[in-house]
Write a protein that binds this ligand. Structure first.
Ligand code: ADP
Ligand code: MG
Length: 240
């Protein structure tokens, strides 16, 4: 589903990603962990070309995103992204948030978009909020709407950048539960998270970044119980 080969990204002289290569299979759930500033967000943003790689190749669902001939806008429609701070459209209702892009981009009928939107709201447990505005929702509800909105475009792949970091503690679980359901439904997911419980229980694989380098990757059980590198050991010592 994703193939990253020798990815480098610099901002001016600051080399933020250094020779990252990784392959992610369809249906795989991969957690990206690492200290603040290690390049996790930049890595995710390169995968949907919110950032342009300095060097290297990225292929998503057999489309080479780094080929100049590729229609990036089209390719990006297949990649859902969920951010720490929700980014809902404040002037649209919950259901309108979900139907906006499908109506504009996929050009399906309003009836079909609303039917799909309502089914997604049910899936994230927010059927009763279809006419609410984002400002009236809790953080956990906003994030579940953001997930449903990304799913409304029927992506091949979902990217999550610290989706629970801005939430009050009591709202973390409702969002992780939605993500867990999504993982179980077979969605390919790349999740930057500090929720080690999620990484342990839901992820098929963990990758550990530090200072722009992919230091270690492996099965969660192995990574958490027996990290190989000193950097991963130090990191885990600090957070666990
Ligand atoms: P993480 O998500 O792991 O905390 P980031 O990918 O956000 O790390 O940042 C990695 C490094 O890249 C940091 O040094 C940050 O300052 C730098 N960086 C990120 N985005 C930009 C940008 N748009 N312009 C300049 N520097 C950036
Ligand atoms: Mg980040």
């Amino acid at each position: 589903m994703i193939n990253v080969e020798h990815l480098y990204k610099s901002f001016g002289k600051n080399e933020v990603l250094k020779d990252i290569s990784i392959e992610i299979k369809q249906g795989e759930v991969v957690s990206v962990i690492g200290p603040s500033g290690s390049g996790k967000s930049t890595f995710l943003r390169c995968i949907n070309l919110l950032e342009t790689p300095t060097e290297g190749n990225i292929t998503v669902a057999s489309v080479d995103l780094t080929d100049k001939k590729t229609n990036v806008t089209k390719a990006r429609e297949k990649i859902g992204m969920v951010f720490q701070h929700f980014h809902l459209f404040p002037h649209l209702t919950v259901l309108e948030n979900l139907t906006y892009a499908p109506l504009k981009v996929k050009r399906i009928s309003r009836a079909e978009a609303e039917e799909k939107g309502l089914a997604l709201l049910e899936r994230v447990g927010l059927s009763d909020k279809q006419d609410a505005y984002p400002s009236s929702l809790s953080g956990g509800q906003k994030q579940r709407v953001a997930i449903a909105r990304a799913l409304a475009m029927e992506p091949d792949l979902m990217l999550f950048d610290e989706p629970t970091s801005a939430l009050d503690p009591e709202m973390v679980k409702e969002v992780l539960d939605v993500m867990k359901d999504l993982a179980e439904s077979g969605m390919t997911m790349l999740v930057v998270t500090h929720e080690m419980g999620f990484a342990r229980e839901v992820a098929d694989r963990v990758i550990f970044l530090d200072q722009g380098l992919l230091i270690e990757e492996g099965e969660p059980h192995t990574f958490f119980n027996n990290p190989q590198s000193d950097r991963a050991k130090d990191f885990l010592d600090k957070i666990l």
